[in-house]
Design a protein around this ligand. Structure first.
Ligand SMILES: [Zn+2]
Length: 476
């Protein structure tokens, strides 16, 4: 963001928050943005990939940052787990709202990156005029840095929230997602909250001209489940073929899967997503979204949307074969042949239900089925008007009138475990980015430089909305 643009933004923000006690002065924003860049630089230099054992030292360094900002040692808990760890930070409120805490969560680990294939070294913060680059600069060390800086800023300014605010930084979101489970299972008292804001994913979407077109909030995630389907056969020598063959059996089953589609399903989240996305597409896909919202049985609209890989998953459960293996010699009849079938299950169904449906569709009782890994089923989080109103008010000075769009994710993040543990969770970030620029998990991951100050302002405003008494009485 240019300097004049930011000055305007600060004026707008202070006008908008004039009824709060905490209008932001620009010196403070600059100071804390600088601090955030220093923290981000340190974060990127730590290779917190699975198996390297570097997360605990990163967590300890963040603990030091909170300590020097004035947090009591008792409010900071480092929870070790195998080679990794979580850090839980409690910002004590005065309890005046009588409400349960708000939990903020992000993750300290990153997916691996091979320095040889990157243009810039992935574990050094690199920058140009527009972007910061580095592994984790978007997913998710950016938001770890912003939340840390936000809490330090609030603490240094003497702010006391009207309810406790809790940060949970987890340590293995990109691999096994066991640290979040450890927290919900063994340390519930540390993280128990009315709801969680999972600061990872979601957030502002920019179009190719750099204009903000919508702000996404994750309300639900599909269940990720993988099944192995195996055809077995007594086998024999290929010079003496038998009529039955494991490859034929498996091929028939796969063809039946190909011909099968799961029923169309919608919920409040996906219908609102379609309704609010349709006007921006301005093409036949947008028309199909609008028609589906008007009539969820519109077959033509369904066919149009199903033909789009980015939208088919929003219409119901999908299952697709992804891997094949089998046979043991070119001159032997195969004794076992397997296909891996990966499913993304629409909220409201269990993996067992879907497995039964797959068994019915493939119509061969001799096939053997196995669940691969442990699928996590989580309910959709209920609509929360307080959070939606807080987001709208916090965006107003930056992007007035921006549509806020609920989303259903098709992967599994820490949020799924929080939801499964009964803590409604909403995924959002203060980052505005063109999806084409994100490169999360990929090469040359980047984040717009402007996101630092914009995110700090956004979250500062969110705290005003959600955890100060003035704003509650103003909005109630
Ligand atoms: Zn992430």
């Amino acid at each position: 963001m240019s300097h004049c643009c930011r000055a305007l933004l600060l004026v707008l923000l202070s006008l908008c928050t004039a009824h709060h006690s905490s209008a932001v002065e620009s010196g403070a924003l600059d100071r804390h943005s600088e601090r955030a860049i220093t923290l981000l630089r340190d974060a990127i230099s730590r290779q917190t990939v699975h198996g390297e054992g570097n997360v605990p030292a990163y967590a300890e360094s963040l603990r030091e940052v909170f300590l020097s900002a004035g947090f009591e040692p008792e409010s900071l808990t480092l929870v070790p787990y195998r080679e990794t760890a979580s850090l839980v930070v409690r910002y004590a409120g005065d309890g005046s709202s009588g409400r349960q805490p708000i939990l903020f969560s992000s993750h300290m680990d990153v997916v691996p990156a091979d320095p040889d294939s990157w243009l810039r070294h992935p574990f050094e913060l690199q920058e140009d005029e527009t972007f910061f680059y580095g592994r984790g600069v978007l997913d998710n060390k950016f938001d770890v840095t912003i939340l840390t800086t936000l809490f330090v800023w609030l603490k240094e300014s003497g702010f006391v929230p009207n309810r406790d605010l809790i940060i949970a930084f987890t340590g293995d979101e990109e691999s096994f997602q066991e640290t979040v489970q450890q927290l919900t299972r063994d340390h519930r008292e540390l993280i128990d909250a009315e709801y969680a804001l999972v600061v990872d994913g979601g957030g502002g979407v920019l179009d190719d001209s750099g204009a903000a077109i919508q702000f996404q909030v994750g309300f639900a995630e599909k269940t990720y489940a993988t099944f192995a389907m195996t055809a077995k056969n007594p086998g024999g020598h290929s010079s003496m073929p038998r009529a039955d063959n494991a490859i034929y059996d498996l091929a028939r089953a796969i063809q039946r899967l190909e011909a099968h589609t799961f029923p169309v399903e919608t919920n409040e989240i996906t219908l609102t997503y379609f309704a609010r996305t349709a006007p921006f597409l301005n093409n036949e896909v947008g028309d199909a979204m609008a028609r589906l919202v008007a009539d969820t049985g519109d077959a033509e609209a369904i066919a149009t949307l199903r033909a789009q890989p980015q939208y088919v998953g929003t219409l119901g459960t999908t299952c697709i074969p992804t891997m094949l293996s089998g046979g043991h010699a070119e001159n032997a009849l195969p004794r076992a042949v397997s296909a891996i079938v990966n499913c993304r299950i629409f909220p409201g169904h269990t993996p067992t239900e879907i497995l039964r449906e797959l068994q019915k569709v493939t119509a061969n009782p001799d096939l053997e089925w196995r669940v691969v890994g442990v699928p996590v089923t989580s309910p959709a989080s209920p609509f929360n008007n307080e959070i939606m109103a807080a987001i709208a008010a916090s965006l107003e000075p930056i992007h007035p009138g921006l549509p806020i769009v609920p989303k259903m994710g098709s992967g599994t993040t820490d949020g799924a475990y929080l939801r499964a543990a009964g803590i409604p969770s909403y995924s959002l970030t203060g980052i505005f980015i063109n999806p084409k620029d994100s490169f999360a998990h990929g090469l040359n991951e980047r984040v717009p430089r402007a996101a630092i100050s914009e995110s700090l302002l956004f979250w500062r405003a969110m705290i005003d909305q959600l955890a100060t008494t003035q704003s509650r009485s103003a909005t109630n």
